[in-house]
Design a binder for this molecule. Structure first.
Ligand SMILES: [Zn+2]
Length: 144
């Protein structure tokens, strides 16, 4: 299952769970996906919610495409802690992140926590392979 933050054409935010990204696409295309507030079937995917759970941190409101996301101080501190935890516990794959995530998904390599960079093309490859990944704002440490 994959969790998406969704936003309708009128700016209402809501959430949806889908079998995979193709499940979202087909529901959106066939107009089955409707905003619970206004019923609009023009629905876009926002940022994916972080897969790493942090205590009592609210999910950020997705920014509209092309719009810089304002990060409140309380959330900023949480994201800095999240980054530190990921760097401590996960393996940095750099630009090989997408390849490794897909291999792991197929069971070709050991299951473990990894992180790295994903280009637009990498994201498409990950979606095609049915691999759910999370994008998180990668903030500099507080003292950096
Ligand atoms: Zn709406």
């Amino acid at each position: 299952m994959i969790h998406y933050q969704l936003r309708c054409a009128h700016g209402h935010d809501f959430e949806g769970w889908f079998r995979d990204s193709a499940g979202f696409e087909s529901q959106a295309r066939s107009g089955l996906l409707r905003c619970p507030s206004c019923g609009s079937s023009t629905v876009d995917r926002g940022l994916m919610a972080p897969a790493v759970r942090t205590a009592r941190t609210a999910a950020p409101t997705p920014a509209a495409p092309g719009q810089a996301m304002e990060i409140p101080d309380t959330l900023r501190a949480g994201l800095q802690r999240l980054r530190a935890a990921i760097e401590r516990d996960c393996e940095n794959m750099g630009d090989r992140f997408a390849d490794e995530a897909i291999r792991m998904h197929r069971g070709e390599t050991e299951e473990r926590g990894i992180y790295g960079n994903a280009s637009e093309r990498d994201r498409e490859a990950l979606a095609d392979a049915g691999v759910a990944v999370a994008s998180i704002p990668w903030l500099k440490p507080a003292d950096g």
